[in-house]
Design a protein around this ligand. Sequence first.
Ligand code: SF4
Length: 317
Amino acid sequence: MEDLFAKARNVREKIFGKKVFLYGFVYFTTWCRNDCTFCYYRKSNEIERYRKDPEEVFRLSKELADSGVHLIDLTMGEDLRYYSEDFNSLVDIINQIKSELGLPVMISPGVLNGDQIEKISKSCADWYALYQETHNKALFEKLRINQSYDERMRAKLYAKEKGMLIEEGIMSGIGESYEDIADSLIEMGRVGASQMRIMSFVPQIGSPMEKIKTPDRMIELKAIALMRIAYPWALIPTSLDVDGIAGLEARLNAGGNVVTSIIPPRTGLAGVAQNSMDVDDGGRTVEEVKKILERIGLEAATAQEYKDYIGKLKCRK
Ligand code: SF4
């Protein structure tokens, strides 16, 4: 395993040197119309939810920008409020972040139709993140209840056609086989994902998968290394949303090069898989991430280096 991870680090170093990118995470509405079996925020779960208003979303994004992140990731459940107003307020927020903060924006809004994707792409959002979580269609149907595999796939491909970069992702520990993971690694390249992620499943209270054990992290780490070796240019997240700041070093040592789910403390914002871990005590901040980077001989890139790199990714699509 150490040979595999060392090889992945070598491949990363050739393209990115010591530089690592940092993403700020704003999960701005936890309302959702869907019932994914693995998710805490599924509509059947009776939990406290929030919906941040646009002014607050901007204020939180600014706080993250001031702390040194390179991108703002605007994530939402499939909140019907946004569908009913045709995503106008999301477009306004994207425009405001781009013009006033000067940072690239990723949106993770769930499945959008063609008109909505066109509207979002015209707002100059840089990334559309939409995860299948598995490319085994039978398993997909068990996980994403009453949702269409093909519609989800079409949405991200259409976003790519409209000039957006796309992020695809899978989860480990959800009933997949090793062969499924291998298929997914191939599929993520085939669809042209510029960013690809794997996250370990974390059981969520009140969900149908509450009693399923979280998987051995070695599966996630091996997949990170294999993605790095197969797709040297790819942006590969090391998410703080699975094991918090304590899990960062192992994921970076496996070849990841983007720290995701950086969340400002004490703002009422949640993570997705770990809704509160390390958030309010300030563990998921740029400051804490930089300490780990320094310890293992890496460093945060500059915002301009990130912009330059995604400019190159857009050209190679
Ligand atoms: S995974 Fe996303 S789409 Fe599915 S229930 Fe959770 S928030 Fe909704």
